[in-house]
Every structure is written in structure tokens, then in C-alpha cells.
Design a protein around this ligand. Structure first.
Ligand code: SAT
Ligand code: MN
Length: 607
């Protein structure tokens, strides 16, 4: 058993609680390479959390927040060079370059392995290597996947406890010979020759490396979010998307939401948006229409498989939320704010004078005496935000007031509709229904969004982001389209596919749609469509609500604004169609069915 006592981590016993031969041998092999001062097997216990968090407070990595305001919660300030995912440094090292496709960075796996051997040689010197077993998906479910992350970051260990089913239960599930995804992570700052540690160790050199065929992940140089918490984007999306392709299921960048209509009808929807487009807000929606109830199943990732009834069932593989803090407040997402009452880690928000956290949008006026995410005294006159735009909270999903009782159910929830969206100031209507599955795949393949701060790309430019999976698909995106097409072909019980856009602006630059809780009005239309209760109008780009199709009762919106929200301007769409065709060309190969859809769209626009 893993009976840890409160020793300093360098003294902590390296006693593994498993007889899994392959795991034991791999841990030893990685330790031989990375040369840590100690090895510690993590059990995920509260005692371990207490010990490691106290150690990180001593090291200056964490600040303990005021216990009376936010019990058992911590604040971290990252190195300013380590604040987001690094897509330019993310690699899919499939055996064949074509299998990574033109939208992923590819390197030959043999060369990359040699490179990794060099980089990782001695990279954990002076540090503890933590062995972090974790399970993506409900414990005990056959559909869940166990990963083991070896990391020299205790901040990662604590974050993994919040984000996954971590520690002993995951190790027990693995048994003596179960399958696991090996994940190796280092901050890339060995403590050699008397080097002094810093509060947020990281490296200028960053590598986020995936070997899809052998289902392995190696990550170097970053301590942040999706670069370092390898269960999330690396395993549950990039590696899982490859497993899903091979085994006939879907691993998607989607929230899962349960909706109960005033008459008691229950529907579950999944929705994909590029990072930082309000996914967490929608996952915790507070319906503005009375009588509706919305409950959260997941906010970022959905794994979907066919049930015995031929419907698609979704599970949330995660156990926590890693959400963008700025813009999250009582007005925009009360459920998120209330989830954060305790047991949370905040990274790169601002710190208040009385030991709590603050960020833009939490309250209308900032409290006096803030320290910003860089550690400097901050006032509204400072000229830069107090919280980094990609500041994050990490918190257990179970604390969410809107969590659905079935969120942890291994059977998952049956999906009625799949929504795709992005931030589009122009062109794209509030909601469009796909004519059929194949057309829906075409719509999803053409999702585009104005970029945000979640990745290093320039903020505010339009980027095509098929299925909101561009940074997360572990294989060639055209093969991924093919997988989606095949999966739904000829099946009767598939969910409807919808394109939504909460971000359309008027000529005067104003947002036309209020968004947030009022999005229930669009969801109501979608679910009424699923239940055959409302008509839709054919347009060249898909089926739209009638002019009075969206329930706007109690909403202060003009008929002109509503018309503009649903407008399909043929001239604008001719340009959109051309852009789609150009972007398809960049992919090299595109499934014939999608080229058919492209031609059909052009014909409808011309016709
Ligand atoms: O940093 S993460 O990749 O986990 C968050 C995101 O970009 O959505
Ligand atoms: Mn995401």
C-alpha cells in the first residue's frame, strides 16, 4: 500500500502500489533517463494534497488564499513566458507524415525519439519525479482510459487531482496488466550545479510530442495547462481521437449539456467551440426562459459511442474544469463563480490585498490594492489587465451547482443535437440546421473563429478551425472528416447538427444577440426541431428559423436585429464559399462527399 508519511518529497518513499510489470519497468526506465533525486507514487489522497500544496507554498509557487474566504484554495503566478498552449511546438509524430496531415506539425518519430532522449537526459535532476496514475472517464467504465503521467511538477500533480480521477483508484483500475497511456512531463529546468529553484520553473524550449501509433505523450519545458496536464488535450483529445478512429467512436472538443423543457422533456446536447468562445459559460447555462432547466455534464471534452439503441452516448472524460477566469462573473456565469467557493487553484488571475483572487469581469469594480498576474501593484490606471486574458481556474466538477446527477455515469447520456460555433462578427446566422449528417459534417469542417488568448496566435484574426479540433486532432484532419462521414452514414438515430453564432455584430459594431442565458432561446428552437414541433426555412446554407421562429418573449430585441441575425447574404456567402474552397485546397485531400457539399452550396447560392 502507498502509506505516505509527511516526509519532504526528496525523502518520500518510492514505494509503488502496483504489481503492473510494464508500468514498473517504464517508470524505472524514465527515471534512469531523467535522473530525478526521488520518485514518488501519488495516491491522490487529501493528505498528499495537503503536503504538496504546503511544499509549493514554501517554494513560492502557490499562495494560500484566505481560508475563511476560499477554503483550501491556492493562487499561482506562472512565468510570463508560460501562459498558454504552444501550438507551434506541438507535434504529431506518426510513422507516416501523411497521417499527421498538413494542419499538424509532424516530425519523424525515430528522429523525435532521439531528440527527446537528449532533451530528457537528466532533465529532472534535483527534483522529485511524481508518478501520477489517472483515469479519463468514470472509474470502472470499459470506455475509460487510464494514463500515467510522470512529472517533476507538484503543481501538475495537484491540478491532475482536480481535473481527473487521480491516484489509487486509477492504479487499482489498471490492475496488473491493464493498458495505460504513458505520459512524460518535465518543466525542463534541472537543478544541477547548485542551481536555485524558481517559483515557476519552465524552459524557453518547449516540446509537446505525441506518438499516435504507440499512444505516448512526451512534454518538455512548460508547466501550463494543456501543455502540462497531459490527460486533457494530449490524451483525451489528440491520442483519444486516434483511438476513436481505430475503434469507431468519437473523441471531441465538446461540452455536454442537459436540458429539461418546461413540459419535462429531457434532451442532451453536445457543442464544440474553439477555445475561449464561451464553452464553459454555455456548459453552465442559466436559462433566461422560465421553466427551462439546464445542467452541466461536461465543459470541454466529450467521448461519444453508440449505445445498444443506435444512439450516440456521451461521457465527459474529465473530473474538473480548467476554465478561463476573465469574463466569468455573476452576470455571465453564476454557476462557475459558485463552483469556485473552495478547493480551487487559480493561475494568473490577480490577487487581492486580503488574500483572495480577482479578474476582469468577476465584479464591475476592482477591489483596491490588487497585485496583477505579473506580481506588480495594479490599479485601473495601470494600462494592462490585472488578470492575464488566459488566466484559469482549476476546480472539481462535482462542486458545480448545476452539475447533472448523471455526469459521472459510465453509460453516458444520449445526444439529441450537436452544435458547432465560433466567433463570427459577420456572415454566419444565429442558428443553421444542417440538411443531413453529411451537410452537418461540411458545416463543422468549415467552422471558423476570430482568435482568442488561449493559444499563442495573434488575437482577433479569423482562423478556420474544423470541428473546433484543429489544435487537438491527433491525425490528418481530412481522415477525421472521413471518420465522421462514415460514422453517421446510413444511420437513423444520429443527432441533428447545428451551426450557431452568438457573436454576430450589426453595422454599428454592436453584438446583435445577448448570448449567455438567452442562448436557451436558440436551444429551444433546436430541441423543438428535434421533436418535430417547429418548421424551418430552407436557405442556401442550411435550414433557418422563421422570422418569428425564435422565442424572444421578454427580450428587448428589434425585429430588424432579429432579421439581421438570421440573414444569409448571398454576396457575402459567395465569398464565404470561395474561402471554404481555398481552405479545402490547403488540406490537400478532402473527402469526396465534402467536395460534393461544396459544389452543392455553390449551386444553391448561384441558383
Ligand atoms: O490549456 S488548455 O489547452 O487546457 C485550455 C484550452 O486551450 O482550451
Ligand atoms: Mn478547450
Amino acid at each position: 500500500m502507498n502509506d505516505q508519511v509527511a516526509l519532504s518529497p526528496t525523502e518520500a518513499p518510492a514505494k509503488p502500489a502496483t504489481r503492473h510489470g510494464e508500468l514498473l519497468a517504464w517508470v524505472e526506465e524514465v527515471a534512469r533517463l531523467t535522473k530525478p533525486a526521488a520518485i514518488r507514487w501519488c495516491d491522490g489522497s487529501d493528505a498528499e494534497w495537503d503536503e504538496l500544496s504546503a511544499m509549493l507554498v514554501d517554494a513560492g509557487t502557490l499562495v494560500k488564499l484566505d481560508e475563511s474566504k476560499r477554503p483550501n484554495s491556492f493562487y499561482a503566478r506562472s512565468d510570463p513566458r508560460d501562459v498558454a498552449r504552444v501550438e507551434s511546438r506541438t507535434f504529431i509524430c506518426s510513422e507516416k507524415e501523411a497521417d499527421a496531415g498538413p494542419t499538424n506539425n509532424w516530425r519523424d518519430p525515430v528522429e523525435m525519439r532521439a531528440n527527446m532522449q537528449n532533451l530528457f537526459d537528466g532533465c529532472m535532476a534535483g527534483r522529485t519525479m511524481y508518478v501520477v496514475p489517472y483515469c479519463m472517464g468514470p472509474l470502472g467504465s470499459e470506455a475509460s482510459v487510464v494514463g500515467v503521467e510522470l512529472t517533476d511538477s507538484a503543481y501538475v500533480v495537484l491540478s491532475m487531482k482536480l481535473m481527473t480521477r487521480m491516484g489509487k483508484p486509477a492504479l487499482d483500475m489498471l490492475g496488473d496488466d491493464g493498458f495505460f497511456v504513458p505520459c512524460v512531463h518535465t518543466v525542463g529546468m534541472p537543478l544541477t550545479n547548485g542551481a536555485k529553484d524558481v517559483p515557476w520553473p519552465c524552459s524557453d524550449e518547449k516540446w509537446i510530442v505525441h506518438y499516435p501509433e504507440t499512444r505516448e505523450i512526451w512534454s518538455y519545458g512548460s508547466g501550463y495547462g494543456g501543455n502540462a496536464l497531459l490527460g486533457k488535450k494530449c490524451l483525451a483529445l489528440r491520442i483519444a481521437s486516434v483511438m476513436a478512429r481505430d475503434d469507431g467512436w468519437l473523441a471531441e472538443h465538446m461540452l455536454i449539456l442537459k436540458l429539461t423543457a418546461p413540459d419535462g422533456r429531457v434532451h442532451y446536447v453536445a457543442a464544440a467551440f474553439p477555445s475561449a468562445c464561451g464553452k464553459t459559460n454555455m456548459a453552465m447555462l442559466q436559462p433566461a426562459l422560465s421553466g427551462w432547466k439546464a445542467e452541466t455534464v461536461g465543459d470541454d471534452i466529450a467521448w461519444m459511442r453508440f449505445g445498444a439503441d443506435g444512439r450516440l452516448y456521451a461521457v465527459n472524460p474529465e473530473a474538473g474544469f480548467f476554465g478561463v477566469a476573465p469574463g466569468t462573473g455573476y452576470a455571465t456565469n453564476r454557476n462557475a463563480v459558485e463552483t469556485l467557493y473552495a478547493n480551487a487553484i487559480f493561475t494568473n488571475t490577480a490577487l487581492t490585498a486580503d488574500g483572495d483572487v480577482w479578474w476582469e469581469g468577476l465584479t464591475d469594480t476592482p477591489p483596491a490594492g490588487l497585485t496583477d498576474w505579473r506580481g506588480d501593484a495594479w490599479t485601473p490606471e495601470s494600462g494592462s489587465p490585472a488578470a492575464h486574458p488566459n488566466a484559469r481556474f482549476t476546480v472539481p466538477a462535482s462542486q458545480c451547482p448545476s452539475i447533472a446527477s448523471e455526469w459521472d455515469n459510465p453509460a453516458g447520456v444520449p445526444i439529441s443535437a450537436i452544435l458547432f460555433g465560433g466567433r463570427r462578427a459577420t456572415a454566419v446566422p444565429l442558428v443553421t440546421e444542417a440538411f443531413d449528417w453529411q451537410h452537418g459534417v461540411y458545416l463543422a469542417a468549415n467552422v471558423a473563429s476570430e482568435t482568442t488568448a488561449a493559444a499563442e496566435a495573434k488575437v482577433g484574426t479569423l482562423r478556420r478551425d474544423p470541428f473546433a479540433m484543429l489544435p487537438f486532432c491527433g491525425y490528418a484532419i481530412s481522415d477525421y472528416f472521413e471518420h465522421w462521414l462514415k460514422l453517421g452514414a446510413g444511420k437513423e438515430n444520429m443527432p441533428g447538427i447545428y451551426l450557431v453564432n452568438w457573436f454576430r455584430k450589426g453595422q454599428d459594431g454592436r453584438y446583435l444577440w445577448p448570448g449567455f442565458g438567452d442562448n436557451i432561446r436558440v436551444l429551444e428552437w433546436i430541441l423543438d426541431r428535434r421533436d418535430g414541433r417547429v418548421e424551418a426555412i430552407d436557405s442556401p446554407v442550411g435550414r433557418l428559423p422563421a422570422a418569428d421562429g425564435i422565442n424572444v418573449s421578454g427580450l428587448d430585441i428589434s425585429a430588424e436585429d432579429m432579421a439581421e441575425l438570421l440573414l444569409v447574404d448571398p454576396e457575402v456567402w459567395e465569398e464565404e464559399a470561395k474561402a471554404s474552397a481555398r481552405d479545402f485546397e490547403k488540406l490537400g485531400k478532402v473527402p469526396a462527399a465534402l467536395l460534393d457539399e461544396q459544389r452543392a452550396l455553390e449551386a444553391r447560392l448561384a441558383g
